[in-house]
Design a protein. Structure first.
Length: 197
């Protein structure tokens, strides 16, 4: 294994890549969105070229190490969210924000589709000032279109992100029939088609 690694590094160096350039090529960044049921948000972003990982979880509340039962009961202040790791050379944060809007309904407060309660509120949770600026400008641009009377999606600094239980991760690939039944029954795609054409 060590010989293979040395040979690989030798090829990289021979091709003119410095260690710094190689590290830059491997650089990823993070975005966090809440668009209602995290199964659906995760599934939507898994399809985006440049996204390398999605993790369903909870954030924005007051309880440390929350459980799904507590969050779904609306007892924690958390919302279901998805932490997205992406390659900024393939997709930008601004593009991800634009995609995010099309995956949810920003015109409803404390709900998404068939799920109701603040634990399903939509949000863009920024990790730095650059993300905050992009998110705020994007929301303002959406409001200016007049497409929605009110845009309820919050834009907040990211709090501690707690990964959801293992059975929630990649639910759409582990349980495709149940997932599709839920998504269809919740009316998500029908509503998205209606509001985003």
């Amino acid at each position: 294994m060590k010989k293979m690694l040395r040979a690989f590094l030798g090829v990289i160096c021979a091709a003119g890549f410095s260690a710094g350039a190689f590290a830059q090529l491997a650089k990823t960044e993070t975005a966090i969105f809440a668009g209602g049921c995290f199964w659906c948000t995760e599934a939507d972003f898994d399809k985006v070229p440049g996204v390398t990982e999605t993790i369903s979880g909870y954030l924005g509340g007051r309880v440390v190490n929350p459980t799904y039962e507590a969050v779904s009961a609306g007892k924690t202040g958390h919302t279901e969210g998805v932490k997205i790791t992406y390659d900024p050379a393939k997709v930008t944060y601004a593009q991800l924000v634009d995609i995010f809007w099309k995956t949810m309904d920003p015109s409803v407060k404390d709900a998404q589709f068939c799920d109701h309660g603040s634990q399903y509120r939509s949000g863009i949770f920024f990790l730095d000032a650059a993300q905050q600026k992009i998110a705020a400008e994007s929301k303002a641009a959406l409001e200016k279109t007049g497409r929605f009377k009110t845009v309820y999606t919050e834009i907040s600094a990211a709090t501690t992100f707690y990964a959801a239980e293992d059975y929630h991760q990649n639910y759409h690939t582990k349980n495709p029939i149940r997932y599709q039944y839920y998504r269809s029954g919740c009316g998500r795609d029908a509503r998205l088609k209606e509001i985003w054409k």
